[in-house]
Design a protein around this ligand. Structure first.
Ligand code: PMT
Length: 225
């Protein structure tokens, strides 16, 4: 859509899980399907944006008209996200592993030797925080996500402050029939500088369209990059 409201805007979307290797056959990952992030990338593209989608492994179809970078680990996601700069906006929807095994062995760890009962972990780089706290060339609008199971609003607000992003999309990922993680529907609270707005439960495609509309509204005005 060459005439959409996001024409000329360069937007990064991170999506899916990250996969952190333990040894050649084992890894640490999570239940993110990539559905919400892919839907957002498509909605932004439909609004005319130039979209770079940095994605962990998912079963989603590679969308047309979007630059897709497939990665495995948080470190690779960080590198691909940095390479996408400069950006007008970044939407960090990926469920990035907070920690990875300190040592990735090239040989399979033998359970008989007790090597699997204690796997030392080390912290991963934080993509959202890094983009939010850039001193120079920061994207104009940085949007984070917060996956929470209790006190969704409280935890999400604290996370927004801690990371320094402009907006945060809080979603309840409590297990159940309509679990947002992996499922097709989502119910979110959008937290911005203007306050918070709870959206009714809807499909991930509808969440994506509504979020793309809000981003287009926020980025109105002259192009910065
Ligand atoms: O993929 P789906 O099955 O469709 O599910 C969508 C979703 C539930 C995964 C998604 O809507 C969502 O909530 N994504 C964020 C999940 C998450 O890991 O949240 P968090 O609270 O751990 O992280 C907070 C924010 O920091 C997120 O924007 C995350 O992308 C970012 N982050 C976290 C750690 C890290 N090392 N780097 C990051 O960029």
């Amino acid at each position: 859509n060459a005439h959409g409201p996001l024409k000329g805007r360069r937007i990064l979307v991170t999506a899916g899980p990250t996969v952190e290797p333990i040894d050649p056959v084992r890894f640490i990952a999570n239940r993110s399907s990539g559905k919400q992030g892919y839907a957002i990338a498509e909605a932004l593209r439909n609004h005319g944006a130039e979209v770079i989608l940095v994605t962990g492994p998912t079963h989603e179809k590679i969308p047309a008209g979007i630059e897709v970078k497939q990665v495995q680990s948080a470190r690779e996601m960080m590198e691909a996200s940095n390479a996408a700069l400069p950006l007008d906006c970044a939407v960090c929807c990926a469920a990035v592993a907070d920690y990875r095994p300190e040592i990735e062995t090239t040989h399979k760890i033998k359970k008989e030797r007790g090597g699997l009962t204690n796997i030392p972990l080390t912290e991963n780089p934080d993509i959202l925080k890094t983009l939010s706290q850039m001193k120079e060339g920061r994207p104009r609008l940085v949007v984070g996500f917060a996956a929470e199971t209790d006190d969704v609003l409280g935890h999400a607000e604290a996370k927004r402050n801690r990371k320094g992003c402009d907006w945060i999309v809080a979603n309840d990922v409590s297990p159940g029939e309509h679990c947002a993680m992996g499922g097709d529907r989502n119910s979110i609270i959008l937290i911005t500088d203007k306050g918070d707005e709870a959206w009714p439960e809807m499909s991930k495609a509808d969440v994506a369209r509504k979020l793309a509309d809000s981003i287009a509204e926020a980025l109105r005005g002259p192009t910065l990059v």
